[in-house]
Design a protein around this ligand. Structure first.
Ligand SMILES: C[S@@+](CC[C@H](N)C(=O)[O-])C[C@H]1O[C@@H](n2cnc3c(N)ncnc32)[C@H](O)[C@@H]1O
Length: 236
């Protein structure tokens, strides 16, 4: 195990990094409850799917969504991004549909090897139980509905939600074909004025960047709402 992953070392690194992040975040957005953000971050101390600026930005996007917002996430893994979104939402009617096959299935060759290594380490073939346990531990289960399905099949089964989604976060299949298909399938679900955000824009997942660029060029996204590391969010 690398030195930085030793439990004591990991805890010190976590504390230093989150303190630094929260100092800036509290200044930028004094209106948000950053203690709640810290509570979620502690649950996902070992998570390596996103940086604090990215997690904080999801929390902010959810907090800026309307009361009782309806949210879709494509690609939830163990629920870290989903919990940050859930924690930011307001209203008893707010809900996140967390779409994932929970098996790391992807068309993206690089991802396949990454998921295989993780599943081997976890000793399971699905992250659904871990996802549910994380939501239960944080008392956020009422805010989420896992949709155990391939993304495109979920878009077929949730057709009654078309035009009703306030916020969408796409972080599923990172291949060009997969991301492009997700954009096509899920754009019709967005409410006018809603926000569609993506993870891994400008990252080594170049297919994601290409698919997003093409959609920008085709004039199908509105203004850029914001960027945080590799998250980019557009008004629809
Ligand atoms: C990078 S992980 C998501 C990480 C999570 N958003 C976070 O930040 O904590 C990608 C997830 O997408 C899921 N996935 C990949 N392709 C998919 C597809 N076509 N349909 C549904 N889920 C998919 C994988 O199972 C995996 O859990």
């Amino acid at each position: 195990m690398a030195f930085k992953h030793w439990p004591g070392v990991r805890d010190v690194r976590f504390t230093m990094k989150i303190r630094r992040y929260l100092r800036g975040a509290r200044k930028r957005r004094p209106d948000l409850d950053w203690n709640e953000f810290l509570r979620i971050a502690r649950q996902f101390k070992q998570d390596d799917m996103g940086s604090f600026p990215e997690r904080g930005y999801l929390y902010q996007l959810a907090a800026d969504a309307p009361v009782n917002a309806q949210v879709v996430e494509i690609g939830s893994w163990m629920g870290a991004s989903t919990c940050f979104l859930a924690a930011g939402l307001k209203g008893d009617g707010a809900k996140i549909y967390a779409v994932d096959n929970f098996q790391g299935l992807s068309l993206c060759g690089e991802d396949v090897a990454w998921y295989q290594r993780h599943f081997q380490r976890l000793g399971t073939g699905s992250t659904l139980d871990i996802f549910n346990a994380n939501f239960a531990a944080l008392g956020l289960s009422a805010r989420t509905e896992p949709v155990i399905s391939d993304s495109l099949a979920a878009a077929e089964s949730l057709t009654d939600k078309r035009g009703t989604i306030d916020l969408m976060f796409i972080d599923g299949d990172h291949s060009y074909e997969g991301c492009k298909a997700d954009i096509e399938a899920w754009l019709p679900f967005m409410k006018q004025g809603g926000v569609m955000a993506f993870h891994d824009f400008g990252s080594r997942a170049s297919g994601v960047t290409q698919a997003i660029f093409e959609t920008i060029k085709a004039g199908r996204f509105g203004e850029i709402v914001g960027v945080a590391n590799t998250i980019i969010a557009f008004r629809i």
